[in-house]
Design a protein around this ligand. Structure first.
Ligand SMILES: N[C@@H](CCC(=O)N[C@@H](CS)C(=O)NCC(=O)O)C(=O)O
Length: 213
């Protein structure tokens, strides 16, 4: 297995977390997003979307989209599970994960921010305002949800890490990089601290990757 990765990519960070939790260590290939390697013919041949992560499986198949990769890992390496056994609980965990992966992350992706400043000529300060606005909108809703729901435990769902935590921790790391004030989100940061106390989370952090700059 080969993971196409970039230390600062929060979508790749989700997959690194899931791999570490499962104890799976694929070969790593680093795709330098700031240098545009994701838009080269070689990489587009691997993933026509020009996004990381991608996971090339032995024998040929290539998986893309972080949540699809994490669910594939969960199905092929069931222990420890990243989704609960109960269908209603599974829907809750997926909803939390999707509230980050679909409602926050795509609006703040590198190519979106580059389109704002490059094509539309938006100033850096306005771009940063855009970034913070969409993070705050998503985090406010998630904080309200997690603070009031009884299924929230030490982690987003109960007392073991799940797909939801695998999405939350990278998004918080990304928010801090853009100087978002996370103090209004005490439940999210409490869960983040519980996650980061685990070696699987600490080892997947951007600063601890071989391609970190
Ligand atoms: N929905 C995709 C998002 C992947 C994605 O947006 N990756 C970013 C890094 S976090 C990327 O490769 N960006 C390259 C670019 O914007 O040019 C997933 O979950 O895998």
């Amino acid at each position: 297995m080969k993971l196409y990765d970039y230390y600062r990519s929060s979508a790749a960070y989700r997959v690194r977390l899931a791999l570490n939790l499962k104890g799976v260590a694929p070969e790593r290939v680093f795709v330098h997003l700031r240098k545009g390697v994701q838009r080269t013919d070689d990489y587009l041949d691997l993933n026509p979307q020009g996004l990381v992560p991608a996971l090339a499986l032995d024998g040929g198949p290539r998986l893309t989209q972080s949540l699809a990769i994490v669910e594939w890992l969960d199905e092929t390496h069931p222990h420890p599970p990243l989704l609960p056994g109960d269908a209603t609980a599974r829907a809750r965990v997926r909803a939390i994960a999707l509230s980050i992966a679909c409602e926050i992350h795509p609006l703040n992706n590198l190519r979106v921010l580059q389109y704002l400043t490059g094509t539309l000529g938006v100033a850096e300060a306005q771009k940063d305002g855009w970034y913070r606005y969409w993070v705050d909108t998503g985090f406010e809703a998630l904080e309200r949800q997690l603070a009031r729901e009884k299924s929230t435990g030490r982690f987003c769902h109960g007392d073991t890490p799940s797909l939801a935590d695998v999405c939350l921790v990278p998004q918080l790391a990304n928010a801090r990089r853009f100087n978002v004030d996370v103090t209004p989100y005490p439940t999210l940061t409490r869960i983040e601290a519980a996650c980061n106390a685990l070696p699987a989370f600490a080892d997947a952090a951007p600063a601890n990757q071989p391609d970190a700059e």
